[in-house]
Ligand binder design. Structure first.
Ligand SMILES: *[C@@H]1O[C@H](CO)[C@@H](O)[C@H](O)[C@H]1NC(C)=O
Ligand SMILES: *[C@@H]1O[C@H](CO)[C@@H](O)[C@H](O)[C@H]1NC(C)=O
Ligand SMILES: *[C@@H]1O[C@H](CO)[C@@H](O)[C@H](O)[C@H]1NC(C)=O
Ligand SMILES: *[C@@H]1O[C@H](CO)[C@@H](O)[C@H](O)[C@H]1NC(C)=O
Ligand SMILES: *[C@@H]1O[C@H](CO)[C@@H](O)[C@H](O)[C@H]1NC(C)=O
Ligand SMILES: *[C@@H]1O[C@H](CO)[C@@H](O)[C@H](O)[C@H]1NC(C)=O
Ligand SMILES: *[C@@H]1O[C@H](CO)[C@@H](O)[C@H](O)[C@H]1NC(C)=O
Ligand SMILES: *[C@@H]1O[C@H](CO)[C@@H](O)[C@H](O)[C@H]1NC(C)=O
Ligand SMILES: *[C@@H]1O[C@H](CO)[C@@H](O)[C@H](O)[C@H]1NC(C)=O
Ligand SMILES: [Ca+2]
Length: 391
């Protein structure tokens, strides 16, 4: 869904079919109903239509689309625009098996979790999401509700994948624990991404990441991910907490998505580029604010190889971005040059939400010298090849 939407918009904006084609070749993202009843809107048959309180599921109940064990409650929010969700109590888990696509793809999940209780809980419990290749623990924070994104794994061959969602608490007194509420579980698959020819970085525009929830204006939180391969932000590892933000609810410098560094010291992203040693390159990026009332000086430290540079913008919190760039020489013996953007200071909006600088549209290019050199080498080899033939 994400990709088709982005491409249609690009096509309308620029009417440049070549650009669209390039985008299509870069990778394909799809969210075609991989899960049944992902938002629990189809209730267990045993739940009375007018039920409002938590409904404890018995062994003999069914939760459409899902299996469950332990203490699992079905919740129906009272009032209009009914929302349903599940609460995972003591040893509560739900699971569902989905079929991976025939082609190999990376799977990302987005989900919302909420605290069930108020200040009386000494622990809100955590949600544990696991799949054959991964396991992530997500605490219900101070906020009433949070949306997270997570990398699940890479599968193909129509393999059957069991997604398991459970609860966990650090509190030994079960009564003092407010068990977490889970809702809106959205799966997305992305086939492997390929470098565009004018950027040494893959996913430099951050268009490839977990899905956004349609009804949510709070972005998607991404937890630390050491490996760019096993990161929900494709091809970038994550330091601290990063908020993945969408153009429907935030100001985005380029395309439909960007990253906001929200956890202060330190929060950011990192990747690596295969560069030619001793050649010159230019790193270009947009730095801004997401139109989320994040007021003040927003600073990031950009790193390319051994070059570190700090950049600051004065944010009014109303959505703006500036383009920056710097040149550097690739100096790594292994050919792998680290590229990173990190924020060291934490900021908050007036209502206490953590916020920070937004980075987008990161482009790493060979400087003109290197490009000419490559072209010359190409021309020369062509001449050397053609000359004898002509003789
Ligand atoms: C729910 O509806 C049933 C009949 O459909 C009724 O007997 C019961 O009192 C209702 N409960 C509430 C809480 O309204
Ligand atoms: C499930 O079993 C319980 C007792 O063990 C019973 O009270 C309840 O009516 C049963 N529910 C269904 C849907 O059969
Ligand atoms: C949930 O897990 C159990 C045990 O691994 C398995 O038997 C069951 O088929 C799974 N349910 C679904 C809906 O995937
Ligand atoms: C918190 O505990 C107090 C005292 O036990 C109780 O009066 C109050 O209703 C509780 N609050 C909530 C939100 O459960
Ligand atoms: C649990 O969540 C509530 C918000 O619903 C928050 O007020 C409380 O501080 C949280 N408790 C802990 C221990 O994080
Ligand atoms: C949990 O708290 C309730 C009151 O809120 C009490 O009735 C119950 O006995 C407690 N259970 C345990 C295991 O402490
Ligand atoms: C960030 O943390 C590092 C080490 O943990 C510390 O040296 C540095 O002063 C911190 N910076 C800020 C701005 O808090
Ligand atoms: C960039 O900012 C960090 C953190 O405030 C500081 O430690 C560092 O010296 C600065 N680097 C440069 C090159 O100004
Ligand atoms: C910021 O958001 C407001 C509404 O919340 C909107 O009117 C305004 O156009 C946005 N600004 C930018 C630069 O996107
Ligand atoms: Ca973007």
């Amino acid at each position: 869904m994400g990709l088709r939407y982005c491409c249609r918009r690009i096509a309308m904006k620029k009417a440049a079919s070549t650009l669209v084609l390039q985008f299509l070749l870069l990778g394909f993202a799809s969210a075609a109903d991989l899960l049944q009843n992902p938002d629990f809107e189809t209730p267990p048959p045993g739940v009375p239509a007018n039920s409002t309180g938590p409904f404890l599921l018995w062994q003999n109940d069914t939760l459409p689309g899902w299996s469950f064990s332990g203490e699992v409650y079905y919740l129906t929010a009272s009032g209009d625009g009914q929302r349903r969700a599940v609460q995972l109590g003591q040893d509560g888990t739900i699971n569902q098996t989905f079929a991976a696509s025939a082609d190999y793809a990376d799977y990302l999940v987005t989900f919302a979790i909420a605290s069930s209780g108020g200040a009386n809980c000494s622990s809100n419990g955590s949600v544990v999401i696991s799949a054959p290749d991964s396991r992530g623990v997500f605490p219900v924070g101070e906020k009433q509700r949070a949306v997270y994104g997570q990398f699940l794994g890479s599968w193909g061959d129509r393999e059957a994948i069991d997604l398991v969602i459970g609860s966990e608490t650090t509190e030994s007194d079960v009564n003092a624990t407010c068990w977490p509420v889970v809702d809106s579980i959205v799966l997305k698959s992305i086939t492997s991404l390929v470098k565009a020819n004018d950027n040494e970085l893959v996913n430099g525009g951050f268009e490839f990441g977990p899905d956004f929830l349609a009804d949510s204006n709070e972005g998607v939180l991404l937890q630390p991910a050491q490996s760019p391969v096993q990161s929900p932000l494709r091809e970038w590892s994550i330091l601290g907490t990063v908020k993945y933000i969408d153009s429907k609810h935030f100001f985005i410098p380029q395309g439909n998505a960007a990253v906001e560094f929200v956890s202060g010291n330190s929060s950011g992203i990192q990747t690596a580029a295969q560069l030619t040693k001793d050649s010159s390159y230019t790193l270009e990026f947009m730095l801004g604010d997401g139109n989320d009332s994040c007021v003040g000086d927003l600073e990031v430290r950009a790193q390319a190889g051994s070059v570190l540079q700090n950049y600051t913008i004065q944010s009014k919190g109303m959505g703006s971005a500036q383009k920056f760039s710097f040149k550097f020489k690739a100096d790594s013996d292994t050919g792998t040059t680290p590229i990173s953007f990190v924020s060291y200071v934490s900021s908050q909006t007036k209502d206490g939400t953590l916020c920070g600088p937004v980075v987008d549209d990161v482009v790493l290019r060979a400087s003109l010298g290197l490009k000419l050199a490559i072209q010359w080498r190409f021309l020369l080899s062509l001449l050397l090849f053609v000359a004898p033939v002509m003789n």
